[in-house]
Design a protein around this ligand. Structure first.
Ligand code: S3P
Length: 427
């Protein structure tokens, strides 16, 4: 397990290129594979999670290759998917497993097994299988909820489904199954999670109608190949924004970042904390994209409640670190989903903050942190979770003394160059 040492910074400045958005990269590969023809993807995220999606699609017979730095998907539609020779390994990637469950549920010629690494086989999958079973899909889950799992493709029928968890992965799995189902599927309830699937399905020629109350998808539609330029990932940008917000005399400019309103929760929270941050939207179709500028400043505590949580779910570990340096109380509620991510992120944050000498009160669905508090250098455990490793590397910039990030190699899940860029930005 690789240890990386991180020391306090005097300044955090630069204009790093932020790698492609992970959610959009997964969808670009999958939608390209479902279309009949050639899709060219620029700025695809090159990381282990996205490679997991590429590997699963390749095992189903899809050709994916690199040409001149771009990713080419030679799709032939789901009808051409072939029976994989072995179990489909989704690695650490919940998005790969859940989205592909939705795809494969409706491909009648397929009978597949899916698994993942030690973390993924502990994450709940019934939440995806249950609505798909209502559509007629056939699943066998280990202990009724987990991978390894088996899926046998079926001819599906549309459903009217009220989503109880604000999860884009569940919503997307139902939408993808709905495209091959007879009739119009309606999803209502907690549908306000990230809307990349809604936007990108339209980009790939599949009509989806959505408003604040429902998402409607009519079955029998075909995907049309289309080129895609993946914007920078706002959840990755969040680490650099936090570094600039925390370290005195810092400023940073990030270009070509997704400014999709379902993903900008962290920017809004930084503003409420008193950070000077400017955004400029430069493109809107198929996804809002733009530039962000930020300067360090005095931080104040903030309240984040359930309605806002999906728009910054992956940034909450980073927010916890910021909260230790903010004046006043930070309270996060309605974020129980943090407990079923790559690790239990509420416990992982609490253990590492306590190792750094900070106080945090955890609750079943969030945490309370009173600041400002001094952080001391410590041995940090990544818990094999990329976002924990990165959040605590940023915490190290304002700690007192040396920090050792244990299990640092997990940053490869979403940002293999993280430590190289961290060194470049730190002065
Ligand atoms: C993702 C959705 C989120 C997020 C994950 C990627 C996606 O999960 O945490 O990193 O690409 O749809 P949930 O929507 O299931 O909470």
């Amino acid at each position: 397990m690789a240890d990386v040492r991180v020391w306090p910074a005097r300044k955090f400045v630069g204009s790093p290129n932020v790698p492609g958005d992970k959610s959009i990269s997964h969808r670009g590969l999958i939608f390209g594979a479902l279309a009949n023809g050639r899709t060219v993807i620029s700025h695809l995220l090159e990381s282990e999670d996205v490679q997991s999606t590429a590997r699963v699609l390749t095992n189903l017979g899809v050709t994916i290759k690199k040409e001149d730095g771009k990713t080419i998907v030679e799709g032939r539609g789901p009808e051409a998917f072939r029976q994989p020779a072995s179990i489909l390994d989704c690695g650490n990637s919940g998005t790969t497993m859940r989205l592909m469950m939705g795809v494969m549920a409706g491909v009648p010629q397929l009978q597949c097994e899916m698994t993942g690494d030690a973390s993924l086989v502990k994450r709940p999958m019934k939440r995806v299988a249950a609505p798909l079973q209502l559509m007629g899909a056939q699943f066998e889950l280990r202990n009724g909820d987990f991978a390894p799992l088996k899926v046998s493709g079926r001819n599906l029928k549309a459903i009217d489904y009220e989503l109880k968890i604000a999860s884009a992965q569940i919503k997307t799995a139902i939408m993808l199954a709905a495209i091959s189902a007879a009739g119009t599927t309606r999803i209502s309830g907690e549908i306000h999670s990230r809307d990349h699937t809604e936007r990108l399905l339209n980009h790939f020629g599949v009509k989806v109608s959505s408003n604040s109350k429902e998402v409607l998808v009519t079955g029998g539609q075909k995907f049309t190949p289309n080129n895609l330029n993946v914007p920078g990932d706002p959840s990755t940008a969040a680490f650099w924004l936090a570094g600039a917000a925390l370290v005195e005399n810092s400023n940073l400019e990030l270009k070509n970042i997704s400014l999709n309103p379902t993903r900008t929760g962290f920017i809004k929270v930084l503003e409420r904390m008193g950070v000077i941050i400017e955004t400029e939207v430069t493109e809107t179709i198929p996804e809002p994209v733009g530039n962000i500028r930020i300067r360090s400043g005095k931080l104040r505590g903030v309240t984040v409640a359930e309605a806002e949580v999906p728009s910054l779910i992956d940034e909450l570990p980073m927010l916890a670190v910021l909260a230790t340096q903010a004046h006043g109380k930070t309270v996060v509620t309605g974020a129980e989903e943090l407990r079923v991510k790559e690790t239990d992120r509420i416990e992982a944050v609490a253990k590492n903050l306590r190792a750094m000498g900070a106080k945090i009160e955890t609750t079943p669905d969030g945490f309370i942190i009173e600041g400002p508090q001094k952080l001391k250098g410590a041995r940090i455990d990544s818990f094999h979770d990329h976002r924990i490793a990165m959040a605590f590397s940023i915490a190290a910039l304002v700690a007192d003394g040396e920090n050792v990030i244990h299990g640092s190699e997990c940053v490869g899940i979403s940002y293999p160059e993280f430590f190289t860029i961290l060194a470049e930005l730190t002065q």
